[in-house]
Design a protein around this ligand. Structure first.
Ligand code: HEM
Length: 691
């Protein structure tokens, strides 16, 4: 029982009209909501609504805006048909195959399907064409995949009620009770593990939000503000934290029906392809290439001191920093819009830009004039992408997931000169909603409240003359990166790998994130709580509860709170959960996952390990350009890439002189003593790229 083509046509026409005559009119930078409906214009917002705008780094691109409009029409069509005399169900509607519906949900919009240089194929900027059958898989602006069907309120409204139909505990309240600032450092690993985790997240996921203005009390359905409970000591005088919903995504026609429940976008490529270094469109890549390769900032003749190109007035990077900085200190441009979010992150962006330039210069010397500038650029980009994959799967993930999950999800790299035979074109490398919205946010628990900085002579702590950076003052603040007296990015990177440990993985989160996130130096009373945002985001995306995911991830579904004890052994934590949530099924995924004890040899608990493991499995197996795939590099080149490490990248591109071989571990760990950069450290030999 499905609607006729005529009924569908009528429903689409009606929904389009409803949307065009919506109450709110969007102009270039504002949203006016009036009594009388007006013709709506959908125009991308080009300026922040106000300085220190939380959503400035999560803006929808024009392409996303166009697609999310189709999704909004489809939502209305479904609603109208469900309310029609036939009372179609969402299940019936999700099976509809019709030209008019398919036209709205197709999101295959590729700039190029193949990129060739000198007869060799390279990745496209937006990831299109990687899969030869489903060209859009893994590319920008795709809907995230679901492991479990979403649970929304009416009309795709966020999940706000528990099993008994009563309200879920308020996100901010849960944050205060569960995610207090109780600090315990982990002395085996370094803060670089946290920082590389964020860098990797920003390479594969970004879920854009609506441009609605969400002042407290707003009734705009795209707002889902976080209520501040009465008497909350951290946000006195405020009634809400602004929260805008993620924009809806129309599913691709061939990926199953597109009139089902609301989905959300991943706006960036899900391949581990160094898109955060190079950008997501041909144009971005070209702009950056001319920015960082030809005119890096503050060169002063020393390539190890190069800085990212600066943001230009009113570009998206300048906009993200508006309010946090002054006219003198300009933010940086990079492949990902969030690059200035904290100085550790900007430092890693800087490091990878320098590594690109180092490799490009060397390749140019080896192969010029046979290789022109384009070939040099694309070959360097390919090697940087390969290094990213090697570090992520070879060095980072084993510490996060432990050996069992590495094996279970086929994540271990092959022997140095052996190819990976596991490419499978039927694997969709796209991002799972639960991975992005909860599991991979585990890293928020590892963030420290300060970034240490270390001077060149750092093995001797007495020689350290550099001051730590307070996290709360560091958001979108470029002054630390530009402060040469304090060592710029180099001393921040040394801080990440030196004495500073990461925060332990547990339910506790530092106050820099839960009380002072994006605190605005210029405007009083702007700051956020990241834990509350994570919980609210899960509900916005209709994520089912932690218990449902436990079952999906191979654990048992706990009938009572006490049955969580094998994974959540701490009785106080379970008691707190029970006090907050009336039913064990209501626990939010982020909250439950963060409360689990670590898997053997790993950091995260079993539910997050499963979700993260499965995600990285799909990213590897579904990537035609995976660096270990036959045909990508010669066996000897592959061996060289596998020798390289984040330690060698730091040695080659900063003024660091001594380093531990595994920078994710403390130098005090067995076999990880510091060595001189010039001596023992294995490094890739680029002469193998001479043609
Ligand atoms: C100082 C450190 C960090 C800050 C200030 C920070 C801040 C944020 C903010 C503001 C969001 C957007 C939340 C939302 O609106 O839903 C976010 C999302 C996210 N964060 Fe972090 N984060 C940090 C570190 C990390 C780390 C270490 C990881 C992982 C190891 C991580 C993983 C993620 C993921 C996966 C998302 C969702 C990505 C998206 O869809 O945009 N973050 N973070």
């Amino acid at each position: 029982h499905v609607p006729t083509e005529e009924q569908l046509q009528e429903a689409v026409a009606m929904a389009t009209k409803e949307l065009d005559n919506a109450h709110c009119v969007r102009t270039d930078n504002k949203v006016f909501c009036e009594e009388e409906p007006k013709q709506a214009k959908v125009v991308p917002v080009t300026h922040s609504e106000s300085p220190c705008d939380m959503t400035a780094t999560r803006r929808s691109t024009p392409k996303t805006i166009k697609l999310s409009r189709s999704a909004a029409i489809l939502e209305k069509v479904a609603k109208n048909l469900m309310n029609s005399p036939e009372h179609f169900t969402l299940e019936q509607l999700s099976k509809v195959e019709s030209p008019i519906i398919n036209k709205l949900c197709v999101s295959i919009d590729c700039e190029e399907l193949q990129h060739m240089e000198d007869g060799k194929e390279f990745r496209t900027a937006d990831g299109c064409g990687n899969n030869e059958d489903k060209s859009w898989w893994g590319s920008t602006q795709q809907c995230m995949k679901r492991l479990l069907e979403p649970q929304y309120g009416n009309d795709n409204a966020p999940r706000t009620t528990g099993l008994d139909g009563k309200s879920l505990p308020k996100a901010r309240h849960v944050s205060r009770v569960m995610h207090e600032d109780l600090r315990k450092s982990n002395h085996e690993t370094s803060l670089m593990l946290m920082q590389f985790g964020q860098f990797t997240s920003h390479e594969i996921t970004m879920s854009p939000v609506s441009d609605a203005t969400c002042s407290c009390g707003s009734s705009d359905p795209q707002c889902f503000n976080i209520e501040i409970p009465h008497g909350d000591p951290d946000f006195r005088g405020r009634t809400c934290l602004k929260f805008t919903r993620s924009v809806p995504c129309p599913k691709v026609e061939n990926d199953g029906g597109c009139m089902g429940p609301r989905q959300q976008f991943d706006q960036i490529t899900s391949f581990l392809d160094a898109s955060n270094v190079y950008g997501l469109t041909k144009k971005d890549m070209d702009d950056l290439r001319h920015g960082f390769l030809l005119t890096p900032r503050s060169n002063s003749g020393n390539s190890k001191k190069e800085l990212l190109p600066e943001a230009v007035d009113n570009d998206k990077f300048a906009m993200s920093c508006e309010g946090f900085t002054d006219d003198v200190h300009k933010c940086s441009r990079a492949g990902d819009i969030r690059a200035n979010e904290n100085p550790g992150l900007t430092s890693l962006h800087t490091l990878f830009m320098r590594e690109h330039n180092r490799i490009a210069r060397k390749l140019n010397t080896l192969n010029s004039p046979k290789w022109g500038p384009d070939r040099v650029f694309f070959e360097a980009r390919k090697i940087v992408g390969a290094l990213f994959q090697k570090i992520a799967y070879g060095d980072y993930l084993p510490l996060v997931l432990g050996p069992d999950f590495m094996t279970k999800f086929v994540l271990t790299l092959t022997q140095p000169d052996k190819y990976f035979q596991g490419y499978d074109k039927t694997v969709n490398p796209g991002i799972y909603n639960a991975f992005n919205t909860a599991a991979n946010r585990f890293g928020h628990s590892m963030v420290q409240n300060e970034f240490d900085r270390y001077s060149k002579g750092f093995p001797d702590a007495r020689l350290n003359s550099q001051h730590p950076i307070n996290l709360a003052f560091s958001f979108f603040n470029p002054s630390y990166i530009l402060d040469d007296d304090q060592g710029g990015p180099d001393s921040i990177l040394r801080g990440l790998i030196t004495a500073q440990s990461r925060q332990d993985f547990d339910r506790f989160i530092v106050s820099g994130l839960t009380k002072h996130l994006f605190e605005c130096p210029k405007i009083p009373n702007i700051s956020f709580d990241l834990a509350a945002i994570n919980i609210q985001r899960g509900r916005d995306h209709g994520l089912p509860g932690y218990n449902a995911f436990r079952e999906k991830c191979g654990l048992h579904r706990a009938p009572r709170f006490d049955d969580l004890s094998p994974e959540i052994p701490d009785a106080t934590t379970r008691e707190k959960l029970q006090t907050l949530y009336r039913d064990v099924d209501d626990i939010d995924l982020f909250v439950g996952g963060l409360a689990e004890k670590s898997v053997p040899g790993g950091i995260v608990g079993p539910t997050f390990a499963y979700l993260i493991g499965m995600q990285f499995h799909d990213i590897r197996k579904g990537d035609r350009f995976w660096f270990e795939n036959p045909g990508q590099f010669s066996e000897d080149q592959l061996k060289e890439i596998k020798k390289h490490s984040l330690a060698s990248i730091l040695c080659d591109n900063t003024d660091t002189t001594d380093i531990q071989p595994n920078v994710f571990l403390q130098h005090t760990q067995p076999g990880n003593d510091r060595v001189k950069c010039t001596e023992i450290l294995p490094k890739m030999d680029l002469s193998l790229w001479k043609e």
